[in-house]
Design a binder for this molecule. Structure first.
Ligand SMILES: [Zn+2]
Length: 354
């Protein structure tokens, strides 16, 4: 029993299933990333050099922290001040790749972030880059996601070596009805949260092998070309699936594996920070984020038909179709503008490719 057992207890009370998920908290989605990360939090607090942390003065981060912790059913009064600050920083970090300071409910900004044609932006969500075609594209996307995680751990490692006061980092978080709020976070936990986001997304944005505890990635989904309307499955892979992103009963096993991988990532980061094993995070990625070639749609990805069926449900499609169905004219006009930009960009890239 760890000293943070109340968190697990509270989560068990507050959450219907082994918590974890792939969307972030807002009026529309469940706090999936936050819940998986909070479950792995014991590993963070028990393993990181938190004794030197300088907790910022003022009540700003505490108000934000109470709100963010509420989304995962954690009562901050059960935590020490340092634990409260570390968990707040971690959860703000795990949210950040999906919002980057913008409103979750602002569909235009959220979709613009996700359709950024820069491959590194796709790897931040465990997705294929625009040029990641065929089987080589699967391997490249996994490699790119690993690199993205290693970059975030390297940022955390650099921060942990700074004097305590310099380990704070000013970021912004968006709240509907309030707008952007500045807050200081502990940059070590913030970057670990961003690394955890990419790792967790690599479970919902791929088909993995259920016969090896979901450790091997068999194919990687494609979001950017699915929503631009240029996706050809034989070349670009399966489209991103909203069904795989949901915190549903159907994805519970996958989320349990992602939560376990997240905890192991945090423990490995400690080994890096303490200088005990510089390769510890690579070892975790070898265990949890490795590509295995040889499976395809034809053999239902080596007998993983259950996941192929789920992935085929609610595939992402060009926004323009959904927009025409129900959007008000002003919103539609703004969507049309940026969709046109993305499509033009993709068309140009495709023509330029050999
Ligand atoms: Zn994401």
């Amino acid at each position: 029993m760890t000293r943070l057992a109340p968190i697990g207890f509270l989560l068990a009370l507050a959450l219907p299933a082994p918590a974890a998920a792939y969307s972030i908290a807002s009026g529309f989605s469940e706090p999936c990333h936050e819940v998986m990360t909070a479950e792995a939090f014991d590993e963070v607090v028990l393993s990181l050099p938190t004794a030197q942390i300088v907790v910022p003065r003022g009540s700003g981060w505490r108000r934000v922290g109470r709100f963010v912790l509420e989304t995962v059913g954690v009562d901050p009064t059960g935590l020490s001040e340092v634990e409260f600050f570390v968990l707040t920083s971690l959860l703000v970090g795990v949210r950040s790749p999906d919002t980057e300071g913008h409103a979750i409910l602002n569909l235009e900004s959220a979709r613009t972030i996700h359709t950024n044609p820069d491959a590194a932006e796709q790897y931040a969500h465990g997705l294929r880059g625009l040029e990641d075609d065929g089987v080589e594209g699967d391997a490249a996307a996994v490699q790119g996601t690993r690199a993205r995680i290693l970059e975030e751990v390297a940022e955390a490692d650099a921060a942990v070596r700074l004097p305590a006061e310099e380990q704070l980092f000013r970021t912004q978080l968006y709240f509907d009805f309030y707008g952007l709020i500045d807050l200081d976070v502990w940059s070590v936990a913030f970057h670990l949260g961003r690394a955890a986001h990419a790792l967790q997304d690599s479970f919902s944005h791929t088909i993995r092998d259920e016969h090896d505890e979901f450790r091997s990635v068999l194919t990687v989904f494609n979001f950017v070309e699915a929503v631009s309307g240029t996706l050809r499955e034989s070349r670009d892979g399966l489209p991103h699936s909203d069904a795989m992103d949901r915190c549903s009963e159907e994805t519970a096993e996958l989320r349990a594996a992602a939560t376990r991988a997240t905890g192991e990532l945090f423990l490995a980061a400690r080994e890096v920070f303490l200088g005990r094993d510089a390769q510890a995070v690579e070892s975790i990625l070898d265990a949890w984020l490795r590509y295995r070639a040889g499976c395809s749609v034809a053999d239902e990805f080596c007998d993983n038909g259950r996941w192929l069926t789920l992935a085929r449900r609610d595939p992402s499609e060009p926004f323009i179709c959904a927009a025409v169905a129900a959007a008000p004219p002003g919103w539609l006009a703004s969507q049309l503008g940026w969709v046109a930009l993305v499509v033009m960009h993709l068309g140009w890239r495709r023509r330029a490719a050999p």
